[in-house]
Design a protein around this ligand. Sequence first.
Ligand SMILES: [Zn+2]
Length: 380
Amino acid sequence: MAILIARVTSTGPRAPLSRLLTVPLGLDVWEVDPEFVVLQAEEAQAARLEAMGYDVEQLQTADAHLSDFATELAMTGYHSAESLEADLRGLAEDNPEVAQLHEIGRSVENRPIWALRLGERRGSSRKVAFFGCHHAREWISVEVAYLLAEDLLAGAATDPAREWLQEGEIWVAPMVNPDGHEFTRTDNRLWRKNRRRNANGSFGVDANRNYGYMWGTLDNNTTSSVASDDTYFGPRAFSEPETRAVRNLVARQLFGGVLTYHSYSQLILYPWGHTKKEITDVADLREMRDLADDMQRLIGGVHGKTYVAKQSSGLYLTAGDTTDWTYGEYDIPSFTVELRPATVMEGGFILPADQIQPCWEENKPAAHAFIRHVFAKPQP
Ligand SMILES: [Zn+2]
């Protein structure tokens, strides 16, 4: 049975587009726009949507999408779990005064999960964390996080990096989900979850639905209780070693802010994800909104790309994601940045490798603004 990438629109009140996201249909949602949703679905699922009254336009079969974008050339320049480890080790060895590599946990398949700690002194009250690759297929999220660390070390002798590395700590964990990432290299380029073997024989928990704040409070296409679904939230909060690794690091370090890279869609998202309601603390809301707007402006200023700043649930509802947890539990500014590209026809999750560098370049000033903002408010 063919797997399709389809653009779904609503033709009338019988099937409102918003309902498409809230009914549990086991769909893999890729893009959400007020006018349409792009998703990956089996032919039978697509037929079901049509029967429900939706307009389903096939953009490509998944196979055609893969042969267009997942070329040998498109892989060149992206890290594997192994090459990432080697490069992170290299950075730590070349910069022993300011960089140490930490194994923060092990994946389901026992791969180390690495975080590079940057900073001259320990126990600073200024600490910030960046994460990449909760979702296996989002390769660019590894690269932007990695390049941030590499670039900070390359600039360690000059401002602003010098000052930050003297006064604070910047932790970068570019690949939270190494098993899934490896699986996208060997088996299925469009795999999203980790590689947990579930009770029903299916594989994978969505690491970005497994965090312990309002975990399991939704059940729909984008936060699912069904183990075979792409957004399966797991049997309980923090059931997965990958999310426990992040939880334990955050609990130990008490960061003043967390930013996690994903792809694609070019968005800057802040809590909440689990509810359409705004954050009730007006000062926090203003702080995150202003910072998101700043980041949007800074990113746009580099190569003219628009990354839209908005509340996470404005994209779609998600319970148990990283930033709802870091904000809900620790009350710190927390962002999800969805990187390039904007649309599936530009590659979707399979960003051509020649865009790694420009994607990093445009995200650099936004990451720096985030560090500057967090470091301006030392944690008690
Ligand atoms: Zn993601």
